[in-house]
Design a protein around this ligand. Structure first.
Ligand code: 5GP
Length: 253
């Protein structure tokens, strides 16, 4: 059988050509990177957990009418997705100050923000994904004004959905990053959620203890990353409740 064609390899995922035109197979690796890949490790089972968690969130979003690239999960590490033209911006939504916002504005981590705040960063590893303003985005043509309005509306809907999901299982959604892509339907285009939604790209804190259950565990050497992601999956019912942190993830159908 011919080897399938790799289209793109990123830090945490690989994209292969899909079975139909307009589709890709997205493969979730176990690689963890932080600080623009200056810190790297392999975390056993991370790809399996993120494949399943991203499926969970994207399926839920579709059910409330938020369009996403997700078509179906194929196996433990792969999902079938729609091919999109990725908008070269990371869209970050913040509910509480943390990370670079805390550093930039001198806000204590965990300070509740007056309302959800949407930020844009240019996707450019060489520049370290710099924060950019809406003025920059329009002036440099990375997205049009209508795209920006649509991206903000999509990001805020994702925020409401994800905040609710997490609140229901005792987790605070501090912030998250999404990527958005353009799809063409005849002469019409629309924007849909792409890439992944997983603890790799969110800040998730236990509401009682403040324990971190996201990639900061790896970034800041706070413990075992797979344990943290397993806990998120277990609380959401994506893993059976009898899975202990020491075991490898066992998926339920
Ligand atoms: P910060 O700007 O504070 O570093 O990140 C804000 C939020 O966006 C965090 O939830 C963080 O995980 C996510 N984020 C920002 N940049 C990236 C990135 O390049 N990759 C991933 N996976 N998440 C990111």
């Amino acid at each position: 059988m011919a080897r399938r064609k790799k289209v793109y390899e990123g830090k945490a995922k690989i994209l292969y050509e899909g079975p139909e035109p307009g589709t890709f197979v997205q493969y979730f690796k176990d690689d963890a990177t932080a600080f623009n890949a200056q810190k790297k490790d392999i975390i056993d089972g991370k790809g399996v957990l993120n494949n399943r968690l991203s499926e969970y969130f994207m399926t839920g979003l579709a059910q409330i009418g938020v369009p996403t690239h997700f078509l179906k999960r194929l196996n433990m590490r792969e999902q079938l997705i729609r091919q999109v033209e990725i908008i070269p911006l990371e869209v970050i939504v913040r509910n509480y100050a943390a990370g670079t916002m805390s550093e930039r504005l001198g806000l204590e981590e965990g300070t509740q923000l007056p309302r959800p705040i949407v930020e844009f960063c240019l996707k450019d590893d060489n520049l370290g994904d710099p924060l950019v303003s809406e003025e920059h985005i329009i002036a440099f043509g990375w997205a049009a004004q209508q795209d920006l309005d649509d991206m903000i509306a999509l990001a805020l809907r994702v925020n409401d959905f994800m905040s609710g999901c997490m609140f229901g299982v005792g987790i605070r959604l501090v912030d998250f990053k999404i990527e958005i892509g353009r799809v063409w339907e005849g002469d019409f285009q629309r924007l849909i959620i792409a890439d992944e939604i997983s603890p790799d790209s969110c800040r998730l804190w236990d509401m009682e203890t403040g324990e971190k259950l996201d990639k900061d565990v790896f970034r800041r050497d706070l413990g075992d990353l797979a344990d943290a992601y397993t806990e998120v999956a277990r609380r959401l019912g994506v893993l059976p409740s009898n899975v202990t942190h020491a075991t490898k993830p066992t998926l339920i159908n």
